[in-house]
Design a protein around this ligand. Structure first.
Ligand code: MN
Length: 156
């Protein structure tokens, strides 16, 4: 999973399925709280070699901005992940440093955004669940634009 400081901060979730990296952009980042279902926008597959990419996508290219490796580890699917991908329903165990335990990822029927299928990423209850968890950021967040400095008024 990568933390991507593009025009909007998001996390890119990638799973190795059928020899490629199936990929989703998660605007709010993953949550370890089973009560939180996080929107995961399906984005194009990436080559396996991209799994550990970290660096800067230059200005003028798609997704321009800095990419940090946020988490990596083993992906242990329940059942055949290629069938799960096709059917829009995946259940799996993660053994990463930040994301662990049981998860599911399922497609919202008939929902899309700009031609991209919308899925939800959800932690399933187990010992790795953390109520009200929010993803941390490893990169320095872009500072909000400073308000123009107030002109000092001369005291009379
Ligand atoms: Mn991205």
């Amino acid at each position: 999973m990568q933390e991507h400081h593009a025009s909007r901060l998001h996390w890119d979730f990638r799973l190795e399925i059928a020899g490629t990296l199936k990929s989703w952009a998660v605007p709010k980042g993953p949550s370890l709280d089973p009560a939180a279902k996080r929107l995961a926008v399906q984005v194009p597959d990436h080559a396996l070699s991209y799994m550990n990419f970290e660096g800067v996508l230059p200005e003028g290219t798609y997704g321009a901005g800095r990419v940090y490796r946020w988490d990596a580890g083993r992906f242990l699917p329940e059942g055949d992940p290629a069938a799960g991908w096709r059917d829009g329903s995946l259940r799996f165990r993660l053994e990463g440093s930040r994301l662990r335990g049981l998860w599911r990822l399922f497609k919202m029927k008939g929902r899309e955004e700009g031609g991209r299928a919308l899925w939800l990423l959800q932690k399933l209850p187990d010992d790795f669940a953390v109520p009200r968890h929010e993803a941390d950021t490893v990169g320095e967040l872009k500072k909000p634009k400073k308000a123009s400095k107030k002109r000092a008024t001369k005291k009379k």
